[in-house]
Design a protein around this ligand. Structure first.
Ligand SMILES: Cc1cc2nc3c(=O)[nH]c(=O)nc-3n(C[C@H](O)[C@H](O)[C@H](O)COP(=O)(O)OP(=O)(O)OC[C@H]3O[C@@H](n4cnc5c(N)ncnc54)[C@H](O)[C@@H]3O)c2cc1C
Length: 379
């Protein structure tokens, strides 16, 4: 694996960093406070090709590799973790399964819409009784004539209230367990689709999270994604890729915690000198930087393996596990560097602390990541 970004990847990183610094970061605190979806940033990100980052050019996207995609999610999340996860779910969990399991008609119909950001993507996997145990989904999908009729409730869905295209799963064969699950491309315009309750969260507040309710929802037969019974396989493969996005988000949050700590420690004076002159502070900053570099390398390495076409479930799980811990640890240390001010809403580190925490929960908890890693080592 080549550790350095190539010229194009560097150029894209610089472009996204500049955009995120100028247009995303300044809004982050207010959107978090007001729990407002980042509409303006998303519109700009569609124009810049970020919403279609991984979508092939023939369908209107930028056709970027996973390493570049990881860099983009890191930079956006460094500025605003909520905008980062919305972008990650839109690309990894919505566009990707259509790119890989969709028919030509489905690709032509949905990928350009996602690339242009005309509709935002979501992933409807989790249900009240199916979290880590995703195979326990209870939503039913019954074929009646030319349509599937879906009934069930999805919960904790990122972008739920704003999404226009949703990858959703339902049981088409009750006797077959997880192998009886099928995947569907759902349009929020479909009859029987509605948004349920919006969650009051402790972090990533601008990425609205809600229930989705399917009540005799009519899904045309041609919106089956892959074959009947392939839903669980599609969900797991999609989440493998999604975890690289979340690991990248975690690296971005951790980097922001370090940035804030470096800045603050140089300005704040105690005992007649800047905090940055105290060894205790220097050690926290050194450890933060080292863990972030390790998390970034693991994440880019998982992205690189994905780009080679090899299996990458273990690498993605390792990256997410380590990066999530790093994000929470760095945000915690950043508060320590800021002392009492770090515990107030005056400085961004409290938001980073709240935002970091989710990275060890969604798209598979840290315990589930360990199960994936062990499963691949102990086969
Ligand atoms: C803000 C937010 C956004 C989300 N976005 C989406 C989304 O867009 N789409 C979507 O489908 N889902 C989404 N989720 C759901 C998320 O993926 C689940 O919350 C997560 O997978 C955990 O499921 P659970 O909450 O039901 O916890 P549970 O599965 O009930 O787990 C509770 C605890 O038990 C542990 N545990 C469970 N099983 C085992 C086991 N076998 N061995 C050891 N420990 C175990 C877990 O690790 C955890 O610590 C989101 C969640 C949140 C909070």
């Amino acid at each position: 694996m080549i550790l350095e970004l190539n010229e194009q990847q560097n150029m894209i990183r610089n472009m996204v960093r500049e955009f995120a610094e100028k247009e995303v970061r300044p809004k982050a605190a207010e959107l978090d406070e007001k729990e407002e979806y980042p509409h303006t940033s998303l519109k700009r990100m569609a124009e810049l090709g970020i919403l279609g980052a991984i979508i092939p050019q023939e369908y209107g996207g930028a056709g970027l590799d996973t390493v570049t995609y990881s860099v983009i999610i890191e930079e956006i999340s460094r500025a605003c973790a909520s905008t980062g996860v919305v972008t990650s779910v839109h690309n990894s969990l919505t566009a990707w399964p259509i790119m890989h399991y969709g028919t030509e008609e489905q690709k032509k119909k949905y990928l350009p819409i996602l690339a242009k950001g005309e509709k935002i993507g979501a992933f409807g996997g989790t249900e009240p009784m199916a979290g880590s145990d995703l195979g326990a989904m209870q939503t039913t999908a019954e074929l009646k004539g030319e349509n599937y009729i879906l009934n069930g409730t999805k919960t904790f869905i990122t972008s739920g209230p704003e999404a226009g295209i949703i990858i959703a799963f339902g049981i088409t064969d009750k006797e077959a367990g997880a192998r009886g699950l099928s995947a569907f491309i759902v349009d929020s315009d479909f009859e029987g689709y509605s948004v349920g309750g919006i969650f009051d969260k402790i972090g990533i507040n601008a990425s609205l999270t809600s229930e989705l309710i399917f009540e005799d929802m009519v899904v045309p037969k041609e919106n089956l994604l892959g074959k009947e019974g392939e839903g669980f396989k599609i969900a797991l493969a999609t989440l493998d890729g999604g975890r690289i996005g979340i690991a990248s988000q975690a690296v971005g949050i951790a980097q922001a915690a370090l940035d804030e700590s470096v800045e603050y420690s140089k300005q704040r004076q105690q005992f007649g000198k800047p905090l940055s002159k105290f060894q205790a502070i220097q050690w926290m900053i050194s450890e933060m930087a080292t863990k972030i570099e390790a998390a970034r390398l693991l994440t880019r390495s998982a992205a690189y393996v994905k780009d080679t076409g090899a299996r990458f479930s273990k690498e993605a799980a390792m990256a997410k596990l380590f990066a999530a811990d790093t994000a929470s640890w760095c945000a915690d240390r950043a508060i320590q560097v800021h002392g009492g001010y770090g515990y107030t809403k005056e400085y961004p580190v409290e938001r980073l602390y709240r935002d970091a925490r989710i990275t060890g929960i969604y798209e598979g908890t840290s315990e589930v990541m360990k199960m994936v890693i062990a499963g691949s080592l102990l086969r």
